[in-house]
Ligand binder design. Structure first.
Ligand SMILES: [Zn+2]
Length: 853
């Protein structure tokens, strides 16, 4: 019965399956009939359905099977185990000499010659999963390149190697595809209010952990980006496309973008010559299908972490396309309804225009990259800084994570030849690294280390600074004189672990290594009682005097439910898995500071954390918490949808995390939350959640209202620019951190870099130990700051510990876990998580309301 039904359906489909080829390729004919169009392969018209990722993969593999012009490879897998497929499309002859082409393509960046070898370009689609037109366009573009037998297509395939990545974000893409397909009506519903057009939280834009992959090219946090960066550096394409969607009532956008949003360190030939020239091709393409478009007004090429800007820092041209979104299969607009197929056609046209422009303008592209690397060498030579040295000797985990990120960008990194001291800061061979400024990828070195770029504009689409050395908060120095370097780092770095002996007395773990949090979780899971030191101490270990900082862990052997042997074998496993040194100790007597039996060693509580999520709550921030705990700490976190929050028995949890959001909680639940805090709970809040906690009386601290809009009369046209400049798009600030407070444990320096991209301002506490981190009086380290905001930030609180009853509310003015790379401030969050439940006010009775100022 079912199979007869299926055959019937296929028959009906087959009859209706008139070819879409003339619609998508109006100027082309001459297609090889043995190559199936996407609609023939999939059994539905392109644009009538959202194609699942597995079907996209199958189609490209089918092209690979049928044609000697295509080879596919799987470059990696997403968190949800979807394959990242890339189709290499070029002539059969070129397929026979791919390695030769690859080598020649790399070599000619720095020298004359090799111009006759094919150009390498990348077409990249659908990084934002709920901007789905471009993956459909990718299949059509692949079909066109393989099936079209015109002399021009043949020229393209002879002259270019095209790396086609149909979906930069397969997990998000499928989340959206399912949404659109499962709500599709028959007949279609155009009404923008229909559920098909309104995804529920978190939507399909982001990846599995709700990160924006179109920021991750520079940060390399996720497997999707890591595999792509590897492929990028293998091939070094000259051109990369990045296809997006924007609001339903918009038209189509292509580059050139807003001139003042170009990156000032990239040599201007790219922006002045290459972009306008390619723009001519795009406009001709769009004119030919009579589509509307705009250029020059918006979008940003400042930040190196977009798919359309990353290649610009390697002498290539990245192109952004933004198509008005039908978000669903058809949606009403202020003009006629926007159909999914129409949005796909614009993306196909942009793809083909890119191919035409790239081959025609090959000499311009070759010159762009050669000039770029020549400029890199001459600018590097004239830079007064000759090298950067960095490294935290007590934290190999954080140091090596930074080294591995540099290597992902093909930045040359060296070990130290010997210990060195620069400007009174010392760096230890084996625990610090060196990056010379004079190297091929000088502009990337500059982007990673330099904090200040002079901008011509004060309106930012995104961040205005992204200095990674500050994000990692690593001790570093600029070297301006001569230096000698050790051997080059060529392997992925991991921190080594020393073998250790069994002890019947106890074991110590220094708190400064970032891996300590994973170790705490593992210790608690294994049922091992662990203490943490509220004061530092020095102890003799095997004749060597060792220093243990605030927060160092002590595992006594005697006060445990497990035997000495069991503990030793568990600790060996934890040391190996977490890559952290564990030190056996046979005496409790300290040479300096507290002894191991002191009351200043407090027993840690086992953490059980909960985070409300859902509509109104920042998916990015929630995702960053989830990713940090899952991937770095290997610790589960319970995510509760807001509509279930009132049902939660809070007493089951030690810790509740409220990231930014709009919290509409009924009164009984609010009262339940207050009682839980007063009874010993730890509430951690970020940004607007901190303001909310203060507003509803969960904390007695105070926030400072942000500026309200000035009523001074202003021209309609300029108001956006004036008010936009007052936003804090993302800048780096200096704060002074109390490193003796449990929230500051393990951080080596009182001066800490904080990333701020919001207007939550917290007043310093009236409790003397409540202001754990405070912005400096001249706080700006890098990025843009409107003068009206400086007095609000200066000397305000970045991190408050509000002691409430036997519990506490830990209020962050900012998001400490920004984009998964702020290793400096995310330690403050991890301290809040792991040490929060044992933090009490050291002055007992005095509370914030009673303490005088
Ligand atoms: Zn987008």
């Amino acid at each position: 019965m079912n199979s007869i039904y299926a055959i019937l359906i296929l028959l009906i489909l087959g009859l209706n399956l008139k070819s879409q080829t003339p619609y998508y390729f109006p100027q082309a004919n001459n297609f090889n009939p043995s190559i199936p169009t996407p609609e023939q392969f999939l059994g539905y018209l392109i644009g009538s359905h959202h194609t699942r990722h597995d079907k996209v993969v199958e189609y490209l593999k089918e092209l690979d099977r049928l044609s000697d012009k295509v080879s596919t490879q799987i470059i990696g897998h997403t968190y949800e185990h979807r394959p990242q497929i890339v189709a290499t499309i070029t002539s059969a002859v070129n397929h026979g000499r791919l390695e030769e082409i690859r080598q020649a393509n790399l070599a000619r960046a720095n020298k004359a010659g090799g111009d006759e070898m094919p150009l390498v370009i990348t077409l990249g689609y659908n990084v934002h999963g709920n901007e789905p037109s471009s993956t459909e366009a990718a299949m059509l573009t692949a079909y066109y390149l393989v099936a079209n037998e015109s002399p021009e297509t043949e020229q393209w395939l002879n002259g270019m190697v095209i790396l086609l990545d149909p979906s930069y974000n397969p997990d998000g893409r499928d989340r959206h595809a399912h949404w659109a397909n499962m709500h599709k009506g028959s007949p279609l519903v155009k009404d923008p209010m229909d559920r098909e057009h309104n995804e529920v939280w978190p939507g399909g834009r982001t990846n599995h952990y709700w990160f924006d992959l179109n920021r991750d090219w520079f940060l390399g946090v996720h497997p999707e980006s890591k595999s792509r960066l590897k492929l990028f550096h293998e091939w070094m394409p000259y051109v990369m496309t990045d296809h997006h969607e924007m609001g339903t009532n918009a038209t189509f956008y292509f580059d050139p973008g807003k001139y003042s949003s170009n990156n000032p360190i990239v040599p201007p030939y790219l922006y002045d010559v290459v972009y306008p020239k390619f723009g001519e091709y795009f406009s001709r393409g769009m004119n030919s299908i009579k589509s509307l478009y705009y250029t020059k007004e918006s979008f940003d090429k400042l930040y190196p972490g977009y798919g359309s800007s990353y290649v610009n820092f390697y002498g290539g041209a990245g192109f952004l396309f933004e198509q008005a979104s039908s978000r669903g299969h058809v949606q009403e607009t202020t003009t006629i309804p926007l159909e999914f197929g129409f949005t796909i056609r614009n993306q196909v046209t942009a793809s083909l225009a890119t191919l035409k422009a790239s081959l025609n303008e090959k000499p311009m592209l070759l010159k762009c990259r050669r000039d770029f690397y020549a400029a890199a060498i001459s600018q590097a030579k004239s830079n007064p800084v000759k090298a950067y040295v960095f490294g935290d000797p007590a934290d190999p985990t954080r140091t090596t994570a930074f080294v591995n990120l540099l290597r992902l960008h093909h930045i040359e990194v060296y070990e130290l030849e010997r210990d060195m001291t620069v400007n009174t800061k010392s760096f230890t061979k084996g625990k610090a690294y060196l990056v010379p400024v004079e190297q091929q990828n000088y502009f990337m070195v500059k982007s990673v280390f330099e904090k200040g770029i002079t901008y011509t504009d004060s309106l930012f689409y995104d961040a205005s600074t992204w200095s990674l050395i500050h994000a990692f908060d690593l001790p570093y120095q600029e070297i301006k004189g001569t230096f000698s370097k050790g051997i080059q780092v060529t392997q992925e770095q991991t921190s080594g672990v020393s073998h250790f002996e069994k002890s019947d007395y106890g074991y110590l773990i220094n708190q400064q290594d970032y891996a300590v949090y994973q170790a705490i979780y593992r210790l608690q899971e294994a049922g091992i009682i662990t203490k943490t030191a509220f004061k530092p101490f020095k102890l003799n270990l095997n004749g060597e005097l060792r220093t243990f900082s605030h927060g160092s862990l002590f595992i006594p052997v005697q006060q445990q439910t497990k035997s000495s042997d069991e503990i030793f074998s568990l600790l060996q496993l934890i040391s190996k898995d977490c890559k952290i040194d564990i030190l056996p100790v046979n005496t409790g007597y300290a040479q300096e500071g507290i002894d191991l039996g002191s009351n200043f060693l407090r027993t840690l509580k086992k953490i059980k954390a909960l985070m409300p999520i859902g509509q109104g709550i920042s998916g990015y921030e929630a995702g960053e918490v989830w990713h940090l705990l899952d991937q770095r700490i290997k610790m589960p976190i319970t995510k509760v949808d807001m509509n279930q929050f009132s049902r939660v028995d809070f007493d089951e949890y030690t810790t509740i995390i409220l990231v930014s959001g709009i919290y509409t909680i009924d009164r009984p639940t609010e009262d339940k939350l207050k009682a839980w805090v007063l009874g010993g709970g730890t509430l951690i809040t970020f940004k607007t959640a901190s303001e909310w906690a203060i507003r509803v009386g969960l904390s007695r601290e105070k926030s400072v209202p942000a500026d309200t809009l000035s009523s001074a009369r202003t021209n309609y046209e300029v108001i956006q620019n004036r008010e936009g400049a007052k936003q804090i798009g993302g800048s780096i600030f200096e704060a002074d951190l109390d490193i003796t407070h449990p929230l500051g444990f393990g951080i080596p320096d009182r001066k800490i870099s904080v990333y701020k991209n919001n207007k939550t301002f917290l007043a310093p506490s009236r409790n003397p130990t409540g202001t754990v981190a405070r912005y400096s009086s001249k706080p700006l380290i890098g990025g843009y700051l409107h003068p009206s905001n400086e007095p609000k930030i200066a000397n305000s609180a970045a991190l408050l510990c509000s002691y409430e009853g036997t519990g506490r509310v830990i209020l962050f003015a900012d998001n400490p876990n920004f984009r998964g790379v702020w290793y400096g401030t995310n330690r403050l969050f991890l301290n809040a998580l792991f040490f929060g439940p044992i933090i009490i006010s050291p002055i007992g009775g005095i509370t914030s309301s009673e303490a005088g100022e």
